[in-house]
Design a protein around this ligand. Sequence first.
Ligand SMILES: [Zn+2]
Length: 276
Amino acid sequence: MPCTKLLYQEQGSLHQHDASIVGIEALPTPEDATKSEQPANSHVLYLDETIFHVQGGGQPFDVGTIRPSPDSVNGNDATSHTKNQSEFHVTSVRNGEANTVRHAGYFVPATTDQPFQPKTKVHLSIDVPRRQLHSRIHSAGHILGVAIMRLSRAGTLPPLTETKAKHYPGDASVEFQGLIDGKFKDAIQQATDELVAEGRPLHIRFWSREECEKNGVALPEKIDGDMFRAVEIEGCGAYACGGTHVSKTDEVGRVVVRSIRRQKGGTRVGYFVEEK
Ligand SMILES: [Zn+2]
C-alpha cells in the first residue's frame, strides 16, 4: 500500500480536497449488529493524500465525508455512476502500517459492495467546527506551556522541563518535570491571558536537526529524518509538533487554567478553552 501524504501538516486550513483511493478493506460484520457501534457496512479507505488529522500527538482525529468527486460521477460508465452515489462517513482516522492512514467508516446508503474502487477520484470534506475546536485546544496547550516556562525563567516558578501534553476536549493538560505549587495558579492564568491577548502569530516550520536545536526544540531520542515539523509561537519558543493550529494566539479564545496536580516529582496543569 503506498504511504499517505499528510496534507494538513503543510496546509492546515485545507478543509476540502480531491484525492484518490489507493485501497479499500471491508471490516467484518459484527455478529450482532444491533449491539455493535460498528455498522454492518464498515470499511477502511486508504488514500494517496489526506486532509483528515490522524489521531496522535495529543490531538484527536478529524471526522467528515468522502464522496466521489464530480469528475468520476460524470464519467460515461453508467454502472459506476449508479454505484458512486454512495457517500462514506469517516468515523475514525488512525495510523496504519508503513505510513498509511486508515480512514474507517461506513457507506450511506448502506451497501456491502465496494463502491469506491482503487483509483476512484474522491472529494474529502472534514467537519470544520470540530477541527477548529481541536486546533484551538492544541494551540492553547502550547501557549500555556510557553507561559509557564516564561515564569520559570523569570524565577517566579522553579526550574521546569516540559515533558508531555494532551489536547482533548474535556481532557487537556501540559506536564512538567519539577513541582509547581498550587498558589501560582493565578500567576499562570495571568501569564497565559497576556500571551493570548498579544495575538502573536503561530508559524509552522520545517527545520533541520541543527535548526531545531538552535530554536530549543527537543526532538525524541529515536527519530529518523532530516527535516522536522515544529510550531513556533513568534518570539516565545517552539515545539516539535504534528498537529493543527490557529494562526494567532488570540484566536484560541479564553484559556482557563483548571488544575495544578503534583505527583512523583512532576506537575500536570489542566486547562480548557472557553466556548467562543
Ligand atoms: Zn503540538
